[in-house]
Design a protein around this ligand. Structure first.
Ligand code: ZN
Length: 413
């Protein structure tokens, strides 16, 4: 054996040893579909019971989105992660926080909000998603409020929003009465999931197919209950969290998730990892950068925002809407082949053999796979130590040169 061959063998063995612990990630990155066109979805959470001004803002957003279309004429789409109820604070306090009382989105007081949501869905600019009957676990709220003056003040304010609750309480699917949080009984989870599915169906005419776990905290029991209740898509930030630590922060993630990966039943995961919160200073440029980066990796760009940005005081809310419009118009200008799809439609493409929205050729898929390796934080150390961080860009350059020499077929979606 030559000295060169000997060193190559040593290097291969070292590289294999470094990458072996990440075999699951490597497999998931290879299996992840490669999108042939930019896909953009605005994912907006926390909409639910609120003042009539929320309905007005929803209508204004819908109007603006309807004017921004992809080349097939589909309008820009914003999902609404809907919270179906809020606490009846006065009734809870009258009961000295012993029993939970709620107000539901289908009460007359919130009819303008529901009508604005439905009108947007009919126009194809909104798509409603499951985001909880409340943005907290009612028993946790009651348990904490019994000894917490601040929480009692929050309950006493009829205009209080769930956004102002302590972060740990905003995780619906754990018992955070005492921190660190503990798991909820399976039977209670199943009953709560069924109940919110029924309320959702009563208001919007069908069971929600897409679930967005509040603060991305959920358990296997929750996901099993969602699957049994008709959910077939779970949107997360690419990580699953299952609890809150002693200081109220998120416990370390228990799983890393990838687009199209299978969950319980028919569930597939989608990763939402572009953050756009105008009220926190985010601007259209960040959306453009996020979309360009996801597109270069053959991934859809799911852009996370919240009601919070659009229900702020008049001036910041106005600025948030302008920024959203500017972001989307800029996306269409920069990516004329962009597709505006709903998460449910996106998940449908995974089940279609040879979907025109996806790349299927091995060489192209390999190029995107290599780019994803370079972009993976989990693999970063192994790539650096093995030297692959320097070799992979060369490989990508060779593959890209070969691909550009071939005819690229026109794709549609
Ligand atoms: Zn939320």
């Amino acid at each position: 054996m030559s000295t060169f061959a000997f060193f190559v063998l040593i290097w291969l063995a070292l590289t294999a040893a470094l990458l072996a612990p990440q075999a699951r990630v490597l497999r998931a990155l290879w299996r992840e579909p490669v999108f042939a066109r930019p896909v953009v979805i605005i994912e907006s959470d926390d909409w639910g019971p609120g003042p009539a001004s929320d309905a007005l803002m929803l209508r204004r957003i819908a109007e603006q989105l309807a004017d921004i279309c992809d080349r097939e004429g589909r309008p820009a789409l914003m999902t609404l992660g809907v919270v179906l109820g809020k606490p009846d604070g006065a009734a809870i306090l009258a009961d000295d926080c012993q029993r939970y009382h709620r107000r539901l989105l289908d009460e007359d007081a919130y009819a303008p909000i529901v009508e604005a949501m439905r009108a947007g869905c009919n126009k194809g600019v909104f798509s409603v998603q499951r985001h909880g009957l409340e943005h907290f676990w009612p028993a946790s709220l009651l348990g904490r409020a019994r000894d917490d003056l601040e929480l009692r003040r929050w309950l006493a304010d009829p205009d209080a929003r769930s956004e102002r609750l302590p972060s740990a309480l905003q995780s619906r699917w754990v018992d955070s009465t005492v921190l660190p949080s503990s798991a909820l009984p399976d039977a209670e989870i199943e009953a709560a999931v069924r109940e919110e599915g029924e309320v959702f169906e009563r208001i919007f005419g069908e069971r929600p197919k897409v679930a967005v776990p509040n603060t991305f905290v959920w358990s296997a029991a929750v996901e099993r209950a969602w699957a049994a209740d008709g959910v077939r898509c779970v949107v997360s930030c690419g990580r699953q969290y299952e609890g809150r630590s002693a200081d109220g922060g998120l416990m370390p993630p228990t799983r890393e998730l990838f687009n199209a990966q299978h969950g319980f039943g028919d569930i597939r995961y989608l990763v939402r990892d572009v953050y756009f919160e105008p009220v926190r200073g985010h601007r259209a440029e960040q959306v453009w950068q996020g979309v360009a980066e996801r597109t270069a990796l053959g991934r859809p760009a799911l852009i996370e925002t919240h009601r919070e940005s659009f229900i702020a005081a008049q001036e910041p809310a106005e600025q948030a809407l302008n920024e959203l419009v500017s972001a989307l118009r800029g996306v269409v200008r920069r990516h004329p082949s962009v597709c505006f799809l709903s998460p449910a439609a996106l998940v449908d493409t995974f089940g279609v053999q040879y979907s025109p929205l996806l790349h299927h050729g091995a060489a192209l898929r390999l190029t995107f796979f290599l780019r994803r390796l370079l972009a993976s934080a989990v693999l970063s150390r192994a790539l650096k130590l093995s030297g692959l961080r320097f070799l992979i860009p060369l490989l990508i350059r060779v593959l890209t040169t070969v691909e550009s020499a071939q005819d690229t077929r026109r794709v549609g979606c």
